[in-house]
Structures are given as C-alpha cells and as structure tokens.
Design a protein around this ligand. Sequence first.
Ligand SMILES: [Zn+2]
Length: 179
Amino acid sequence: MDTNFEESKRLFIQAERIVAEYNDNFSHLIDLFEKNLIGFYFRKDNPKWAGKCKKTTEFEREITGKLIFIFVNQKWWNVTNTKQHKALLDHEMSHIGRKNDEPEYCKEIGIFKRWNPADNPSSWCIIEHDIEEFAGVVERHGLWELGIERIADACAIHERQMTINELIDTKGAKVVAIS
Ligand SMILES: [Zn+2]
C-alpha cells in the first residue's frame, strides 16, 4: 500500500543531536529519545506546512508506542538546506512541554522539582508559539506585546539573510524605528 507517512530514523538522529547540542533548552527531552517515545515521519503529499508536532491520541499510542509525533513535509525538506532543517526540528521540538509538578525533597538542595515520568502521556503538553502575529500589525503598532519583544530581541542578535538584490534595494534607504 502506498502510504503518505514514512517513519524516519534519520530525522530522529538529527533531532537527538540538536537535543544534545542545546542541552540547556532540551534536557527534558533526553529520555523521550532514549525510551524511543517520539516518532519522526516524513509526509509526502506536500501539505501547507513545513513541520508539525502533536501528542498522540490513545489509539495512535497503542499502534506506535509513541507519545509525541513530529511530521516533516518531505517536499519542503528536499528544497531546503541543512541550516533550515536544523531550525525546523528545533522549532517542532520547542512545542514539546513537560510537566514537573511533583515536588521532591532532597537533603542537599531542599525542595526541587523533578520532571514527570516520560512514559506517562499526561506528563507532556504542546506549547504554543511565543508569537502569532501579522507583519503589518507590527509595522503599524510596533512591539506591542511581550512575545513580539522577545522575538525582536532574538532577531537583533542575528544578521538578516538578505539576497544581493535586497541589499541593492535597501542601500541608502532610511532605517525606520518601530517603537
Ligand atoms: Zn510551530
């Protein structure tokens, strides 16, 4: 049978490397990989998005043994570069939240919070984006909300990847502040 979804060990390994590289941000995901509770799939019918992250339903859990699915648009993947691949996997994994609502006590450090068990589906949740906004609203109203300010700060530490034509177009153009 021709299927739209293909599990990818390669995506799994690439994502696991990102978790190791950005350990400060992703340490809560380590045992999700170790216990093989996250599944990566290429989707072949070119959906409108590049990637998607979801918690599995009870039925999907039973069939696959996974608690989290990450889907990647195969066509998008084929026409983008490794830097973009890495950013997409990072993005999708940033959607994965893990609860740590069971305080524990330890003599040395006092009360601390341990991540809830990896193999319990209710330990996991999906985190929404910091920002969902139209470029036009930011043009008209500036950094009007905390999420937008965070993104603007993050943008400020990266150079914009301009094309040669864009560079020529904007040469000598005035910089307009949006505050
Ligand atoms: Zn997203």
